[in-house]
Design a protein around this ligand. Sequence first.
Ligand SMILES: Nc1ncnc2c1ncn2[C@@H]1O[C@H](COP(=O)(O)OP(=O)(O)OP(=O)(O)O)[C@@H](O)[C@H]1O
Ligand SMILES: [Mg+2]
Length: 266
Amino acid sequence: MQDPPTSYSRQGRSSLPAGPIKIRIEQLHKQFNAMPVLRGVDLDVPEGCLYGLIGPGASGKSVLLKMISGLMRPEHGRVLVEGRDVHAMTELDLATFRLKFGMLFQNNALFDYMTVGENIAFPLRRLFDLSEDEIAARVADRLKVVSLPGYEDRMPSGLSGGQKKRVGVARATVTQGEIVLYDEPAAGLDPVTSQRIFELLRAEQRAAGSTVIMVSSDLDRLLTVTDRVGMLYRGRLIFDGTTAEAKSSDDPRVKQFVHGLTEGPL
Ligand SMILES: Nc1ncnc2c1ncn2[C@@H]1O[C@H](COP(=O)(O)OP(=O)(O)OP(=O)(O)O)[C@@H](O)[C@H]1O
Ligand SMILES: [Mg+2]
């Protein structure tokens, strides 16, 4: 198969990331119990882009994120990160490759039996060989960034939903991954906390220059921070464009979804 092109052909907006393609998805197929979920998804995410992935419930957004990080295998198709096929790597290569990633899962699984500090330190301990002082410093820094300074010794069971989400954000960004995948980072939070989380993630992404894919059903807030947007529908990516293009799309499915209209084809 052809090598991916090394640069991204942008569509006329100079402020948008137009670097090399960081993540390329080619013809991904996945089904569960003979029910197709992804039926040939193609997608390019340029380096340094905050990409918003949208689509109705059960359209395969979480499945797609798991495939990008190598956690779930497709039946067909490829995921290329910096041109390398994620699902063709050896276990050892995959372990090294995962150093590039941070991930916040939709169910936000903090380990209940670990303190907040240990939860955040977990990927650091697993992936790097750092001194205890270094780990403590990085954890403290992350807690400060998510406005929970000094929370190291708390237990997750004693935190509110929003505080747990913020600990999840701290954990997803502690390894300073070049790529961070966020699945519903603000679901179930009050509007003010949600907005803060989106702004925090955007600021973190800008500061680190990382490539981010963010799934959220809170479209109003999501679209305030995205560079590009893709919409999954019935197993395919039916839209891919800039945030402005998503907002002004004439595709009745995109229009209905983005503007939250009850009348329409969905
Ligand atoms: N491990 C699995 N085993 C069986 N079916 C699965 C599995 N994971 C996902 N599915 C199915 O695949 C479909 C897509 O699931 P996915 O979680 O990706 O949806 P989603 O777009 O993230 O939805 P939501 O917005 O509700 O989070 C669903 O029908 C789901 O039931
Ligand atoms: Mg999901």
